[in-house]
Design a protein around this ligand. Structure first.
Ligand code: ZN
Ligand code: ZN
Length: 245
């Protein structure tokens, strides 16, 4: 961490909102090689490919956090257009990836396609882009096969629909589990550090530290998490907390 070279950014990131659900698709690329990946390309394929083109990025991968259509709907088409690999989520979300077209019909979104990844992810796996390594945490609860992808040196995590600024993922879908989601957040995310910033599937960025203080679902004062952070939970009316799909 004290090595100067580690502070030189190697990767660039842009967030592109996709689908009417305003899902945050991230485009991450290497400044040097111009090779990049999409995290959760949910839809609007032309907008996504346009963004890649604008920055001169060659897409070499798609990384999926979970199988909901607003996150995975355009994955098959990105692979078709670029020949890239689709990696993730955990295999326990394949039943969702098999029903993207059905999910879309419920929202009136018809451009999503069912997809089978080239490789599933497991807890503890590593992803790589131009030598930069990303860790993988299996975080079930919103969906059974949800994964979070993070880069420790850059203090940045892609958390999909596990955690939001001031909220957590919905668990009222089939195979959702509220307690499992809370456990995933406190046991898999909090140990990554309070200064870890995160890009959620919807809405604004935040940090794990901020959520451990203020989040009306998972603040330390509510969950009893005994990690290193300090601070008390704000009294936010839970009914006011917005929850996303
Ligand atoms: Zn979502
Ligand atoms: Zn979701």
């Amino acid at each position: 961490m004290t090595d100067q070279a580690e502070h030189k950014p190697k990767l660039e990131i842009r967030v592109v909102p996709t689908t009417p659900l305003q899902q945050n698709t991230s485009l991450i690329w290497s400044i040097e090689t111009k090779e990049g990946v999409f995290v959760d390309p949910g839809g609007d394929i032309d907008k996504l490919m346009g963004a890649a083109e604008e920055f001169g990025v060659k897409i070499v991968g798609v990384w999926l956090t979970h199988g909901h259509l607003d996150h995975a709907g355009a994955a098959a088409e990105v692979r078709e257009r670029t020949g890239c690999e689709i990696i993730g989520p955990h295999k326990d979300d394949q039943w969702l990836l098999d029903t993207i077209e059905e999910q879309g019909a419920r929202y009136g979104l018809t451009d999503g396609r069912n997809v089978t990844p080239d490789r599933y992810l497991e807890d503890g796996d590593t992803l790589e882009l131009d030598g930069v390594k990303f860790g993988v945490a299996h975080c079930p609860g919103h969906t059974p096969g949800h994964v979070v992808i993070y880069n420790e040196p850059a203090h940045l995590a892609f958390v999909g629909d596990v955690l939001f600024q001031g909220s957590i993922g919905r668990t009222d879908f089939p195979r959702g589990n509220h307690q499992q989601l809370i456990d995933s957040i406190t046991s898999k995310l909090w140990p990554l550090g309070t200064d870890m910033r995160f890009i959620p599937g919807h809405g604004a960025m935040s940090t794990f530290g901020q959520e451990r203080q203020n989040n009306p679902f998972v603040a330390d004062a509510l969950t009893g998490y005994a990690g290193a952070a300090t601070g008390t939970a704000n009294e936010i009316d839970q009914k006011l907390a917005k929850r996303w799909s």
